[in-house]
Write a protein that binds this ligand. Sequence first.
Ligand SMILES: Nc1nc2c(c(=O)[nH]1)N[C@H]1C(S)=C(S)[C@@H](COP(=O)(O)OP(=O)(O)OC[C@H]3O[C@@H](n4cnc5c(N)ncnc54)[C@H](O)[C@@H]3O)O[C@H]1N2
Ligand code: MOO
Length: 418
Amino acid sequence: MLSVPDAAARIVAAVAPLPVAPARLEEAVGCVLAADVVSPITLPRWDNSAMDGYALHGADVVGATASDPRHLPVIGSVAAGAPVPAALPRGAAMQIMTGAFMPPGADTVIRVEDTDGGTAQVAIHKDRDIGKNIRRAGEDVREGQVAIPAGTGIGAAQIGVLASIGFATVPVHRRPRVAILGSGDELVELEGFAEVLAGRRIVSSNRYTLEALVRLNGGVPMALGHAPDSLDAVRALLQRAVDAQPDLIVTSAGVSVGEHDHTRTAIESMGTALDFWRVRMRPGAPIGFGRVAGVPWIGLPGNPVSAMVTFELFVRPTIRRMLGHTQVHRRPVPVVLDEAVSIGAKLTHFYRAVVAPGDDGRLHARLTGPQGSGILTSMSLANALLIVPEDASTVPAGETLHALLLGEDAALSERFAL
Ligand SMILES: Nc1nc2c(c(=O)[nH]1)N[C@H]1C(S)=C(S)[C@@H](COP(=O)(O)OP(=O)(O)OC[C@H]3O[C@@H](n4cnc5c(N)ncnc54)[C@H](O)[C@@H]3O)O[C@H]1N2
Ligand code: MOO
């Protein structure tokens, strides 16, 4: 049985970033830039005002105070979007709005709060901002400069930069199309909820969690439903998945040792050997990896928590690698245990936990409650997976272990990672 890091490394090494294609800027969020983006323009393009106020020559208002203001004639007004104004002579002021061109000659904008007056005459009663409140041409980006380097993940800020320098499309690695399929006679999708009410079936929640996880991580989910528990049906569904030409096939269930666990057998019967099956972890031990008709396949266990945990550890990094990310794994953060934890088997355990900063400035962890791998609410309450090493039978409260932060709280990792 492989360790978790070895298994993850093996899967990630077996895939590569997908081919590069232009994406519409609006659709590029979550992708990775495949080439340096060189700015065709300088930004800001011209010196402009950072404040609403009066443009003037600083030398004209030296020493201005509320009790000893400087009075200047206002010779015009310039708004954002208006043409470049006339030059400003000494001894005069021009009303100016945030973002408007600076009139040539002016070296200062005094904000409106530090003035009294209007459109004909202005009294300046503070000289604190002499030489200030001007956004200089080129202070953001310069023409010919790499505005965003290849390999950068595209978030909202990158979208903003790319838009402001005129990129309507950007070169990115194509998003992986991920086929999601399940198996089990007990399953229905939501349309069949009456069967659940009648006590005969359960909802195939994995179909929904895996689809959401694929989407959240930048892939394109293709939910292909589930097959009944027969080798032929599982094989037929796998063939449908292959025919849909995905970049990755993710199955849930059918990888354990039960009489109805057909996924592995089906895969093997389709002419491909498994690369590995089983990892020294709980939940999720029966995870498998291989290829079906050349398409990488990750076989997740059916238990809903196991499917989610193994997705985080194995599928997410695979999607990220295909998207072109270099940092594909979550970075473990040290956490202080607020309760003792113990493990039953010599396997690395991933416990659902709530992690939050404590008064000591460190992250603290407590479990979400019962940890059965069918208890999906334990996952919905958690913002982290607590990693309990296989050689630690009991770890007392107060000790430090590591955790993987999930979802929105993953951003905390950067602050607390070692
Ligand atoms: N004798 C043994 N039995 C089991 C072992 C073992 O080592 N020896 N391992 C257990 C562990 S751990 C896991 S995890 C499961 C893995 O089972 P499979 O991946 O083969 O999945 P199934 O047996 O079909 O289902 C397990 C469980 O999950 C539910 N399920 C399946 N698909 C879905 C879905 N799409 N949505 C929601 N829930 C689903 C299914 O109803 C079962 O309750 O095996 C243990 N057994
Ligand atoms: O490994 Mo199973 O995934 O514990 O529930």
